[in-house]
Write a protein that binds this ligand. Structure first.
Ligand code: UDP
Length: 408
């Protein structure tokens, strides 16, 4: 698949006029003048599944709409490479890793086999996350500016792994982190840009009653009791098991349904194992629905989020947590763990509730189910918080500011 053919629709920043002030759109147009015609190549490790693919699906066309020649390419790799990079991913989040010579070899060889992916003519090459970092071997013979975009929380990264990967990341001219707290010292320029959701995408646009009814019917979601939802790849770091434990306690007191919606990502080989464990734990409970959705289920997830009464994000770690942004955008009360980027989104008692363990999660869910006014108020505030900070026009403005700075 070549993602560069899938952006058929012509969008314009003016399409976002109803969400933001005119001044921001004018500022975007002003910042784009010096960048018109510049080639920017984004490289990551999957077209589908997970936050980075979600970001690139809307960032690439909006960059094109302001005059950049934006393209998005994906490295090709065998399963042994993704097994290594998934272990690396977990080791960024503090899990132990035995970094073997074989793992480093697989990483190096796959990177070298992908070197031709780099666009000779790119003025900017943006490497997303750690999987394609090996491509920076190409950097010394390349004319463009290189940026490493770290989408995860690297604070507890294993020291040996960091030594290995940072030797690649250091070659970049700049690094972007979602939060200032995530900065690593690479000796290059640092920028801090939280990601954003696209309010016009199928994942986030308004839906019609017919779409809602049809999709909920197809997915078998009942409407006679409150629905609690978590949307996430089936990943231990999203702690789906903790969600089920909390639900099983809550449902003893208050009748409600639990929907666990997720799917696979091409670069995540652990998903099936986690899904199997989750299904074992759920044990055909009649009021828990585990939905393993195809990666193109954007409208389905949108409808599920809109149909839910409360949305949970029970992550152990979270680089940013776009599922939280999506939930807040739909004005839903959110209960989430106080970790990583969630803390920038869920301001406790203002835009949602934070729960650090199962007991707290149960208490927050109970409170929201019993206090509709609070649920509505948190949802309203959450939506406004996202509108001001985490939607496409704000994001493209931040990107253009950054590219102008790098080009100075
Ligand atoms: N997502 C999806 N289908 C799924 C699970 C997740 O489309 O089955 C989307 C979700 O809506 C969000 C993104 O994938 O846009 C997940 O991003 P997030 O930052 O929450 O977590 P990540 O998966 O990157 O760790």
């Amino acid at each position: 698949m070549d993602s560069n053919n899938i952006f058929a629709q012509n969008i314009s920043v003016d399409d976002y006029a109803s969400f933001v002030d005119r001044e921001l759109l004018d500022e975007i147009n002003r910042l784009s003048v010096r960048l018109r015609g510049a080639v920017i190549q984004h490289i990551n490790s999957t077209y589908v599944g997970g936050g980075v693919a979600e970001i690139l699906r809307s960032l690439t066309p909006i960059m094109r709409s302001v005059g950049l020649e934006a393209r998005w390419d994906v490295i090709k790799a065998e399963s042994n490479f993704f097994e290594c990079t998934k272990a690396f991913h977990n080791a960024f989040h503090g899990e132990k890793i035995e970094l073997s010579a074989e793992m480093m070899n697989i990483y190096r060889q796959t990177s070298r086999a992908n070197l031709d992916l780099v666009d000779e003519d790119a003025d900017f090459v943006v490497i997303h996350d750690q999987q394609p970092l090996g491509l920076t071997e190409r950097k010394p013979r390349h004319k463009g500016k290189w940026i490493w975009y770290c989408h995860i929380d690297p604070i507890d990264v294993d020291a040996r792994l960091w030594e290995f990967l940072s030797s690649y990341a250091r070659r970049c001219d700049a690094a972007i982190y979602h939060l200032a707290e995530y900065a690593k010292n690479l000796g290059n320029s640092q920028f801090f840009i939280p990601p954003a959701i696209d309010p016009l995408s199928d994942k986030n646009r308004e839906v019609t009653e017919e779409e809602k009814e049809q999709i909920l019917g197809r997915l078998g979601i009942p409407s006679d009791r409150p629905v609690i939802l978590q949307v996430s790849r089936f990943d231990r770091l999203k702690n789906p098991f903790g969600v089920v434990s909390a639900y099983l306690k809550l449902v003893e007191e208050i009748p409600c349904y639990l929907v666990m919606a997720g799917g696979a990502a091409d670069d995540d080989p652990e998903g099936q194992e986690v899904l199997t464990e989750l299904l074992d734990m759920v044990d055909n409970h009649p009021d828990i629905m585990v939905l393993n959705l195809p990666p193109t289920s954007h409208l389905e997830i949108n409808v599920l989020q809109r149909a839910a009464d409360i949305i949970i994000q029970n992550s152990v770690r979270e680089g940013f947590g776009l599922t939280v942004t999506e939930a807040l955008w739909k004005a839903k009360p959110v209960v989430a763990t106080p970790v990583g980027g969630i803390l920038k989104q869920v301001l406790h008692e203002k835009t949602g509730l934070l729960a650090g363990n199962t007991e707290e999660l149960v208490a927050c869910l109970r409170r929201l189910l019993l206090d509709q006014d609070l649920a509505r108020e948190l949802g309203r505030n959450g939506k406004e918080h996202v509108r001001k900070n985490f939607i496409t026009p704000v994001y493209i403005y931040n990107w253009l500011s950054l590219l102008n700075r790098i080009n100075e």
